[in-house]
Design a protein around this ligand. Structure first.
Ligand code: S3P
Length: 181
């Protein structure tokens, strides 16, 4: 990574159900960083749950509020940021995160993702008669963006704690350079 990067924060990107929020909370606690979840920021700004924003105003309005939230993140320091699954795939958002964060993408296969989100109902994009097909289509469209993260971490066969340890290691390496012993 270039020595000129300003890395004040850690941003976790990746598909729904890859464990971004759980991992971000663990990393934040370990590093004594603050924790921010962009979905929570959006809900606070809009004064209603994400499912309601999608249902009443539509996805473009959600993405607009999301982009405003991304701009606000640039002021943060010593914060672990968990992002919504589609955030990094929207024009300009990833570049904005990279201006102040080490960007880590959490990855999982479509099968694992479906297994993890199957019993949750708060994600409007997965309210689909064929959620597996929906996951495959969305994941394929987003993969080129996710691959632009500084670090890509497979979360399969790893607990949230293990994934968090990898994130912390990558962060230390990024801010202080690899140990040369
Ligand atoms: C979305 C993912 C959700 C939330 C919204 C849209 C997406 O966040 O931002 O429902 O486009 O993948 P999580 O990844 O935290 O579920």
């Amino acid at each position: 990574m270039s020595g000129s990067r300003r890395i004040e924060n850690i941003s976790l990107i990746g598909f729904m159900g890859t464990g971004k929020s759980s991992v971000a909370r663990i990393v934040a606690a370990h590093l004594h960083f603050a924790f921010v979840d962009t979905d929570e920021l959006i809900e606070a700004r809009a004064g209603r749950p994400i499912a309601e924003i999608f249902a009443q105003a539509g996805e473009p309005v959600f993405r607009h509020i999301e982009k405003q939230a991304v701009a606000e993140l640039a002021r943060l320091k010593r914060t672990v940021i968990a992002t919504g699954g589609g955030l990094a795939a929207q024009e300009g958002n990833l570049a904005s995160l990279k201006e102040h964060s080490l960007v880590v993408c959490l990855w999982a296969s479509p099968e694992m993702i479906l297994d993890r989100v199957r019993h949750q109902s708060h994600r409007p994009l997965l309210h689909d008669p064929d959620p597996m097909a929906r996951i495959r289509v969305l994941l394929a469209a987003r993969e080129p963006f996710y691959r632009q993260a500084d670090v890509l971490l497979n979360t399969e066969m790893r607990s949230a704690k293990e994934v968090a340890q990898h994130v912390i290691h990558q962060y230390h390496t990024a801010v202080s350079g690899p140990k040369t012993k």
